[in-house]
Design a protein around this ligand. Structure first.
Ligand code: HEM
Length: 128
């Protein structure tokens, strides 16, 4: 049964499943592993932060305090096309967990945020 309500628990599932796919992807995985590390203890704070982030966005919990843009700006430069890989893995994961209507809401938000990150990081209008 797919989830038709967003909860802290299913956000945690989304975040865990998504980043486990990210870590398995060659290029994306290596960016994250360089920035965060490779063992589960090192990943715990990142995963918690991302749960807080999506909970703030989708449930209005205001638990996330941070600046994603600044964080991404500090990463070594990477190819813009990786944003498309990120988005497609994220969409795939949302559709595994949620009903179409809820997955669409996550996907829409992820695309908006991705656009604004790219706008700042690459200093021109995103193609999509
Ligand atoms: C190719 C695309 C992306 C890559 C390679 C990437 C990579 C990373 C990495 C390595 C970190 C950890 C930085 C650190 O702690 O030192 C991070 C943090 C984060 N990312 Fe991304 N990211 C991407 C796209 C996105 C998108 C599209 C979103 C949102 C929809 C997002 C949301 C976040 C958030 C909220 C954090 C935590 C920031 C904080 O520390 O407060 N990322 N990202």
């Amino acid at each position: 049964m797919k989830e038709n309500v967003i909860s802290e628990e299913n956000i945690r599932q989304l975040v865990n499943d998504f980043y486990s796919k990210v870590r398995d992807e060659k290029e994306l995985g290596s960016i994250f592993i360089k920035a965060i590390g490779n063992d589960s203890e090192e990943w715990k704070p990142h995963l918690q932060k991302l749960c807080d982030f999506w909970s703030s966005i989708m449930l209005g919990s205001r638990r996330y305090h941070g600046s994603p843009f600044q964080r991404h700006l500090m990463l070594p430069k990477f190819e813009r096309v990786l944003f498309d890989h990120w988005l497609s893995l994220f969409e795939e994961t949302t559709r595994e967990i949620y009903t179409e209507e809820i997955a669409d809401r996550f996907v829409e938000k992820s695309k908006q945020i991705s656009k604004s990150l790219q706008l700042g990081l690459y200093q021109r209008f995103p193609e999509k």
